[in-house]
Design a protein around this ligand. Sequence first.
Ligand code: GS8
Length: 223
Amino acid sequence: MAEAVVLLGLWVSPFAQRCRIALAEKGVAYEYKEEYKEEDWTNKSPLLLQSNPVHKKVPVLIHDGKPVCESLIIVQYIDEVWSDGAPLLPADPYARAQTRFWGDFVDKKIYECGTRLWKLKGEAQQEAKKELIVILKLLEAELGDKKYFGGDAFGYVDITLAPFIAWFYTYETCAGLSVEAEVPKLAAWGRRCMERESVAKTLYDPLKVYEFVCQLKKKYGIE
Ligand code: GS8
């Protein structure tokens, strides 16, 4: 019997998108279930609540009935289970540790800082903008002249960061910054990622993401 792979996600979620990119890279067929309820988290599906009883968040990968939670853990799980596809993490323990370090850096920094950047105004927003530029410059330095973060092959750190390519326009528009001017090599990396089917088919139009953020701002009364 074919194995059953289900992903509980939310279209705009960079966390769910990481899992979708990893599944596409490995060529895994799966059923996608959208949890989108207009950001109304009071109405989560029983399957989500039962699959992720601790955090009650998407994404959740359900593999043959067994749930796996947290996007980066899911991406590592995908790499280990579908190991016949091109590896997402290197084999060498030190290189693996470094790869996880940068994945963790992206995970801790971008979403949090980016959210402050679009939610806040005035000085606090300018502070978030400065912080985001520092974060992006650190990532650009780590990328260096490589094609992808791991070298020639697209992998774990790329997958961790790639969903935010579709958020750059929102960050730029909300806080008046230019990713191209600040971090041209990282901007070029983003364009290279978008040439991959796994990324291009997963990410949404940056304008749609911006529109979504504008709706949220209206909802929260922070326009
Ligand atoms: C974050 C998941 C998350 O925030 C991961 O998987 O990497 N560390 C986790 N998911 C959000 C949707 S994306 O903004 C979510 O499900 N939120 C529901 C809630 O806050 O109740």
